[in-house]
Design a protein around this ligand. Sequence first.
Ligand code: ME8
Length: 506
Amino acid sequence: MAKFYITTAIDYVNSLPHLGTAYEKIAADTIARYKRMAGFDTHFLMGNDEHSINVEKAARERGMDPQAYCDEMAVAFQTVWKRLDISYDDFIRTTEPRHVRGVQALFRAIVDAGDVYKGRYEGHYCVGCERFYPEKDLVDGKCPVHETVPQWVSEENYFFRLSAYGPRLLEHIRKDPGFIIPETRRNEIVNVIESGLEDISVSRSSISWGIPLPNDPKQTVYVWFDALINYITGVGYPEPNGDYKKYWPADLHVIGKDITRFHCVIWPAMLMSAKLPLPRKILGHGWVQFEGQKLSKSLGNIVNPLEIADRWGADAIRFFLLREVPLSRDGDFTWELFIDRYNADLANDWGNLFTRTVSMIHRYREGRVAKAAPIAGMDGVIQGALRDYAAAMESYEIDKGIEAAWTIVRRANRLVEEKAPWNLAKDPARAGELDALLATLAVALQHLALLLYPVMPMKAREVWETLRLTPAIEKARLPAAGALLPSPASPEPIGQSKPLFPRIER
Ligand code: ME8
């Protein structure tokens, strides 16, 4: 069975997840669920990035030991991810022994390759970004991302010979342009490399909250050098067999656009140095904003995804983000937009199709779905939707995948209006037509549940179970190209109709 290994960024634990960090995990989860449905042996890794100055500071501010604080945050993060139905297979924390061991092994491999040397570093360090900034990249003396004055750091530490890898990186991207998507991110990275790479400092002598260097335990590994390695320690590196052999290289790293340089320049150079295979693809997604502004604690506009999930269900926020914010662009969350989309697409379109179909099957046919030939044209609509959906999902255009599914929703709702089942039901001579219509709507709902399962797992499962479909939806697979799922005809009564998405009254 073909494998698919997908990862997200591992989050700093100095604060809880917000709508932006949740968006990334929801998108990756949808891709992972889609890949499982497409028959891949899928491995989905997430985790927490714990060795950061900010994390240590957050712990001290609470009067806590950093490790105890990280332990608490690991529970808090995973509680949020479970609540949002994120189906990760493994969750790595950078303080775990399996990670520490792997970081030291990779560091040693890079030392052995002759790519690490000792030197004095002096520069501007932004703690928010956990990176050094050259003078020319500061804006009015401040970090361009955090708009704060960076620290001046001067210390003896170890450098990684990043400058040696520019030509090989460019060659790799030239040969495989799909290595970095979308294209805008690839162009940014090519510019960065072409304008010349400098060696980077990869250890800190003044920071003790980190992984000791194997060759000089008085120093700790620079937090980014440490964090990036999670993608291989998460599958067992340095153990060469087992999951590492099975899953590495990763098929997709899903990360935000602010950290593409780390993933598309430093990470592949580290792997090249250690003579390990590079990941197949890096997707640098855009930004979720709130009412046109950056989500930020100082602006006080951090939207808690759980607040939305608790009021309207995790699927509602999953759907909104994936429908409204394509992975290749920035997008906006506003309450107005959220409520409009929810009412129009979920309550009216899909929700209404479900409740009226199920209630008609009960009203007219005692809950049984007849084995009738579907109405002409609907098979073609569903086959077209399946094809467009798979093409979109394969290129990680989830919004277009949703759009493909919606062609079924729209066609099915139109069919109800056109065929007016309330009239068919009055005329016994037209019983066959009514059977065909109800069977067609059941087929539409069945396929919709499957296609929307990666996006809205909970509601799709509810539809699937109401129709008494087997096997369980998480075990269901996409039909082969040109084919449809087996008939949903049911000699036993199906479940009762209840609103999938109750309307939100303003
Ligand atoms: O950067 N919209 O962690 P992090 C979309 N620990 N994505 C957003 C976002 C927003 N408003 N805000 C943040 C780190 N993100 C490092 C990663 S990986 C080896 C180490 C994304 O907690 C961000 O781009 O600051 C990143 O991909 C992820 O959330 C975690 O951000």
